[in-house]
Write a protein that binds this ligand. Structure first.
Ligand SMILES: [Ca+2]
Length: 457
């Protein structure tokens, strides 16, 4: 074989390998980022890199997590199931046993499924499910709460050294903007205190009869003692004054902007690695965060600020579908990530997974995706069945509380969820009966306890 022929054959082989290689898959998974703590939804928040990235794809304006708490949300994404199905309720990461190496469901984790499709699977950042190498990832490092700089350095090293013959699945999970909030001055300077606006449903403390003021720790600012040198004045939960909350939001937004900067650098590195034309990027957070709305901090409620997250999908840069540059109001779930990635990888999600691939919605962003969205958050006080559940149809949200009360909100007329309109008399409109029925069926399907019947007259 002469040299010219060999070079030519190699070029053809490379071209054909590249053409047939499935796309790389990247998920950027932030921690505790509320749905409007991102520039494209809130002009007060400075996230130019995320805004530019999202502008290339489809923004999901109504994205909900399967559970608004760290470990439960993460186990859901990795297994494609609700917390009570996979066992990881609340922060009980140890319950993920069946999905770990040697467990009967180990082949069902998202990285395991992608491994089987020939992907090189890597996690850098916060796993919160113990060692990621034990539930399917082939490489990567779990990092601690102060380690985002190290995490992004690890990802940079990965992009400089990865094996180019196989597509990669990279799960990039920073800790920010989770507590503790420790932004440097340059990021704080972006947000002068005088420019900070409080949420329109801000309260100094929750209403005395608030259903969301019954639980601990969800409704206490129990981690605020890590917040800053001002910890003393913040510890112990509400009441918190407007001034204190403004300072908190200043710190929170500053951390979000720092995170945006780090993600911008990552996208540049992806470009320098020559992979931006063959990589799908998904962005979402594991749960939202209460920034004084309803008088609350933390998450672990079914209010929008806790259960709704920023989320978008970005196709490979040279993707022909210009229509992707849009936003959609269709309801989507964090559980949809699992089947979406498998479809893009050329596979199919196992039958028992819960989400629905977003690919049809990406091709038709005005179409309906889910008629109902469900979420649960139980086990936060060590009681496996105690907690909140939600069904939402895009207008009405029915919440079952840990005190077995129902709350009903109309998000069209009351987006701040200030008025519980659950009927006090036995006069339940058909739409409410339907929601209750959907909630009942869903709770049963995930092995939850029975939903209380609608009250009798
Ligand atoms: Ca979280």
């Amino acid at each position: 074989m002469n040299l010219a022929f060999a070079v030519c054959a190699l070029a053809l082989l490379t071209a054909s390998t590249l053409a047939s290689k499935p796309p790389n898959l990247v998920v950027i998974f932030t921690d505790d980022q509320v749905h409007d703590a991102i520039g494209y939804s809130n002009p007060h928040v400075k996230t130019p890199n995320l805004d530019a990235l999202a502008a290339r794809g489809v923004i999901f304006d109504r994205a909900y997590v399967s559970s608004p708490i760290c470990a439960a949300s993460r186990a859901s994404l990795m297994s494609g199931t609700f917390p009570q199905e996979n066992g990881v309720v609340g922060l009980a990461q140890e319950n993920f046993t069946a999905y770990r190496k040697g467990g009967e469901k180990a082949h069902l984790t998202l990285p395991s499924q992608l491994n089987q499709l020939g992907y090189h699977t890597v996690l850098h950042g916060k796993s919160h499910l113990k060692n990621p190498l034990h539930y399917g990832f082939q490489a990567g490092l779990e990092s601690g709460p102060h380690d985002d700089v190290k995490t992004f350095a690890n990802v940079k090293r990965f992009l400089e050294t990865y094996e180019k013959n196989a597509p990669f699945f990279l799960w990039l999970a920073p800790h920010q903007p989770h507590m503790p909030l420790l932004p440097s001055q340059e990021w704080l300077d972006l947000y002068p205190l005088g420019s900070i606006a409080l949420p329109s449903n801000f309260r100094i403390e929750p209403l005395p009869n608030s259903i969301f003021n019954q639980g601990v720790p969800g409704e206490l600012f129990y981690r605020d003692s890590n917040y800053s040198k001002n910890a003393k004045k913040l510890s112990g939960g509400p009441p918190r004054s407007a001034d204190v909350m403004k300072e908190f939001i200043q710190y929170y937004y500053a951390v979000v902007s720092h995170l945006d900067h780090q993600i911008g650098n990552f996208i540049t590195q992806l470009q320098e690695a020559g992979e931006v034309d063959n990589t799908w990027i998904f962005f979402l957070s594991d749960n939202g965060y209460h920034l004084g709305d309803h008088g609350l901090g933390n998450k672990i409620t079914m209010h929008e600020e806790s259960v709704r997250v920023p989320m978008f999908a970005v196709p490979p840069k040279n993707h022909p579908e210009a229509k992707y540059k849009t936003r959609t109001e269709s309801l989507v779930s964090s559980l949809d990530i699992y089947p979406t990635l498998l479809e893009l990888a050329g596979g199919k999600a196992p039958d028992k997974t819960r989400g629905k691939s977003l690919v049809p919605l990406l091709n038709s962003p005005t179409s309906e995706h889910h008629p109902y969205i469900f979420s649960e958050c139980v086990g936060v006080r060590g009681k496996p069945r105690e907690g909140h559940r939600m069904v939402f149809n895009g207008t009405l949200k029915l919440v079952l509380t840990d005190a077995d009360e129902y709350h009903l909100y109309n998000l069209k007329t009351d987006p701040d969820e200030l008025k519980n309109i659950f009927p006090t008399k036995n006069s339940f409109p058909e739409e409410l009966r339907r929601l209750h029925s959907e909630l009942t069926v869903w709770m049963r399907s995930i092995g939850d306890r029975s939903a209380p019947p609608l009250p009798q007259q």
